[in-house]
Each structure stands twice: as structure tokens, then as C-alpha cells.
Design a binder for this molecule. Structure first.
Ligand code: HEC
Ligand code: HEC
Length: 237
């Protein structure tokens, strides 16, 4: 009993002695430790203040998109929470640079076009975009119904390569997440791409790609089925 208790004491006193034994290397190590600690604190402060600034800027968006960016179907404002930051930023710049939301039949796009110009500068656009991306992803409460078999086949054949197997989006291909978007928004955007309301600007390369794709889906019914399939993705099982 006594013998086994003496062992931890030995270990502790050995540990207490060892720093003195390596006194020469100690100040240098401490300097490095202090410098990297300071770096980490500075990094955390700047990330936190960026998020805080984005949070403040988002106040003007919440009126239409909801406090958590969950969207508001009554106002035709889509869910944006958890959407890829680069995608959100590009869309905001598209609105600001009049590449989206300026077609004469794009009533809701025009509203967002006006809202996007309220942001003071491109730095504010980047900040609010990263805040939007940090919000928990939206989930569809009431999935649209349709022929899931047809929807799955068509989605996999025509959409999944860019938008991801479970409609989660693909940052490298600049393709947004579709899983959390409601049916009327999905339909409207699809029609806008198909009919030359969105994705026509020569500088909007991703939009033009999507516009080309939208022209390859022959039947309206097929889109309903695809949307039903999309709505099954990203749901709690
Ligand atoms: C007056 C209401 C309103 C306000 C305020 C508003 N939005 Fe919108 N927003 C909309 C509507 C409506 C749309 C859909 C436009 C369309 O149909 O093309 C939209 C679309 C968007 C889109 C495109 C989504 C996508 O999936 O392509 C983004 C991103 C966006 N808003 C972000 C913001 C941000 C960030 C703010 C705050 C700076 C903001 N909005 C303020 C109404 C609003
Ligand atoms: C070649 C790649 C590609 C394919 C295939 C593709 N998309 Fe897209 N899609 C995109 C890109 C890129 C965007 C973003 C366009 C932009 O920046 O405005 C997009 C945007 C969209 C949007 C707008 C989402 C939003 O938040 O506003 C919808 C809806 C959409 N796609 C549906 C579909 C459907 C349905 C299919 C299959 C029938 C499909 N896409 C096939 C690349 C693709």
C-alpha cells in the first residue's frame, strides 16, 4: 500500500524537476507558445467580429428571408440559410451588377435587386454572405408530392452531376444546394432560366450553364417529379 503510493510522488517530483533540467530551451519554447497563442486569439477575434458584422448586416434581410434565413413563401423570399457562401456572394453581386433581377417580368427578382443595393460595399456583401452560410441549413417541412421513381431517374440523369447526389450542391461547379428550397421558388427559377429571365448576361457563366440545362427538360410534369425527389433529400430520416 505504502509502496504503491510512493510511486506517484516519485513521478510528480521527477516532472517538477525536469523543467529546471532543460532550462536553456525553455524561454524559446515559451516565446513560440506565446506567439502562437497570440496568433490564435487574434484569429478568433477577427473571425468573431466578421461574423458579428455579418449578423448586423443580416438584420435588413431577415424582414423577408426570416430571422434564421429559413425563407418566407408568402413574400416569395427563398430559404438561404446554410447555402454556400460563394454562391450567396455571387448572387448578391449579380443583383447589384444588374445581371439578375432586371428582366421586365422578374417581379420578385426586382425586389431583391433593390435589397442588394442597400448593402454599402463588396466587403459587406462578403460578410453577410458568410453569415448566411453559417446559419443551420433549412429543411422542407411539407415535401411536394410526385412520381418519385421518375423524379429520381431524371434528377440523377439531368441534375445530380452538378447539384450533387442528394441535391446538396457542389461548390466547385458553382451549383447551389436545392434540397431546402420550396417548390414554388424552384419552379419559378427553373422557368426563369428556361425562358431567358435569368442566366442571360454574358458575364454570368454559371447562370448561362444552368439556362442551357433548363432547356433540355421537355415536360412540366417532369419538373414536378424532380422537385418531389429533391424534397426527399436532406430530411431527417
Ligand atoms: C424586400 C424583401 C427582401 C429583402 C429585404 C431581401 N431579400 Fe433576398 N430575396 C427576396 C426575394 C423575393 C428573392 C427571390 C428573387 C427571385 O425570385 O429571383 C430573394 C433572393 C435572394 C437570394 C438568391 C437566392 C438563391 O437561391 O439564388 C439571395 C442570396 C438573397 N436574396 C439574399 C438576401 C440578403 C443577404 C439580404 C439582406 C442584405 C436580402 N436577401 C434581403 C427578397 C428580399
Ligand atoms: C451543368 C451543371 C448543371 C446541371 C446539369 C443542372 N444545373 Fe441547376 N444550376 C447550375 C448552376 C451553376 C446554377 C447556379 C446558377 C447561377 O449562378 O445563377 C444552377 C442553379 C439552379 C437553380 C436555382 C437555384 C437557386 O437557389 O436560385 C435551380 C432551381 C436549378 N439549378 C435546378 C436544376 C435542375 C432541376 C436540374 C436538372 C433538370 C439542374 N438544375 C441541372 C448548374 C447545373
Amino acid at each position: 500500500m505504502l509502496a504503491s503510493l510512493s510511486r506517484p510522488n516519485d513521478v510528480m517530483s521527477a516532472a517538477a524537476e525536469s523543467p529546471h533540467g532543460r532550462a536553456a530551451s525553455q524561454p524559446r519554447l515559451q516565446r513560440i507558445a506565446r506567439a502562437s497563442w497570440l496568433g490564435a486569439v487574434l484569429f478568433m477575434c477577427s473571425a468573431a467580429s466578421l461574423a458579428a458584422e455579418g449578423d448586423k448586416l443580416f438584420a435588413s434581410c431577415a424582414a423577408c428571408h426570416g430571422a434564421k434565413g429559413e425563407g418566407n413563401a408568402t413574400l416569395n423570399a427563398p430559404a438561404i440559410a446554410g447555402q454556400d457562401a460563394a454562391y450567396v456572394e455571387r448572387q448578391l453581386l449579380n443583383f447589384r451588377n444588374r445581371r439578375r433581377g432586371t428582366h421586365k417580368s422578374d417581379v420578385f427578382g426586382a425586389q431583391m435587386q433593390a435589397a442588394a443595393t442597400v448593402l454599402p460595399n463588396d466587403a459587406a456583401v462578403a460578410k453577410v454572405a458568410s453569415y448566411v452560410a453559417s446559419l443551420p441549413k433549412s429543411v422542407i417541412a411539407k415535401p411536394a408530392t410526385g412520381n418519385l421513381h421518375n423524379g429520381k431517374n431524371l434528377y440523377n440523369g439531368k441534375c445530380g452531376a452538378c447539384h450533387g447526389g442528394v441535391a446538396e450542391g457542389n461548390q466547385a461547379l458553382k451549383s447551389p444546394r436545392l434540397a431546402g428550397l420550396d417548390a414554388s421558388y424552384l419552379k419559378l427559377q427553373f422557368a426563369h432560366f428556361r425562358d431567358g429571365v435569368r442566366g442571360t448576361d454574358p458575364q454570368d457563366t454559371p447562370g448561362r450553364q444552368m439556362a442551357m440545362m433548363a432547356k433540355t427538360l421537355p415536360a412540366e410534369r417532369d419538373l414536378d417529379d424532380i422537385i418531389a425527389f429533391i424534397h426527399q433529400q436532406g430530411r431527417p430520416k
